[in-house]
Design a binder for this molecule. Structure first.
Ligand code: 5GP
Length: 177
């Protein structure tokens, strides 16, 4: 599916992702029993994760998407976020779950949380597949976390480099040269 010379190291194989996504889905379903979840997928990285996660969520749920772009130099998050696509629906009084592919510095999620909180949801929680704890610049609450990973640039399972590798079913470190 992908040339072996592009892979520095497979960090999380497909079977581990599948198992973790199922666990997260089960936990979320328990925690939201009797409620309806309004899931917000952050485009484009979280699409694959959210699509899989949704199939393990057994309580009623709806999905909406936001597209954001961060100002500043390409790979560094500045925390100043521009909304390219806003939600189609109103989240007031709804139980909102933000679904992210990765939390790195935390600046993007912090901005999203503050912006969405101002729209008065009944509750607001966060779920991320990957978490680079040691890169954090600002404390953000993460309610559901798939994997803590080291400070390495990863791709696959929704995460890209120049738009590529989102379709690869595992998470890996790209060879730089
Ligand atoms: P933060 O604001 O937390 O620093 O940035 C989060 C965003 O940075 C993610 O949504 C993602 O777009 C990007 N990002 C951070 N680390 C990685 C990585 O290892 N791989 C990829 N593909 N994107 C990353």
């Amino acid at each position: 599916m992908i040339e072996q010379e592009k892979i520095e190291e497979i960090l999380i194989p497909e079977n581990q992702i599948k198992k973790k996504v199922e666990e997260l889905g089960n936990q979320i379903s328990c925690d939201y029993a009797g409620k309806e979840i309004f899931c917000i997928g952050v485009l484009r990285g979280a699409t694959i994760f959210l699509a899989d996660l949704a199939r393990y969520i057994s309580v009623p749920m709806t999905m909406d998407f936001m597209a954001i772009s961060s100002y500043g130099i390409s790979s560094e998050s500045s925390g100043v976020v521009r909304i390219l696509k806003d939600l189609d629906e109103n989240i007031e009084n709804r139980d909102v779950l933000i679904v992210e592919d990765i939390v790195d510095t935390g600046l993007t999620l912090d901005y999203l949380l503050r912006m969405l909180q101002s729209r008065k949801p009944a509750s607001l929680k966060t779920c991320t597949l990957l978490n680079k704890v040691e890169r954090r610049k600002i404390e953000v609450p993460i309610d559901y976390c798939g994997f803590n990973i080291p400070d390495r640039f990863v791709v696959g399972y929704g995460l890209d480099f120049n738009g590529l590798y989102r379709n690869i079913p595992y998470i890996f470190v790209l060879k730089t040269v």
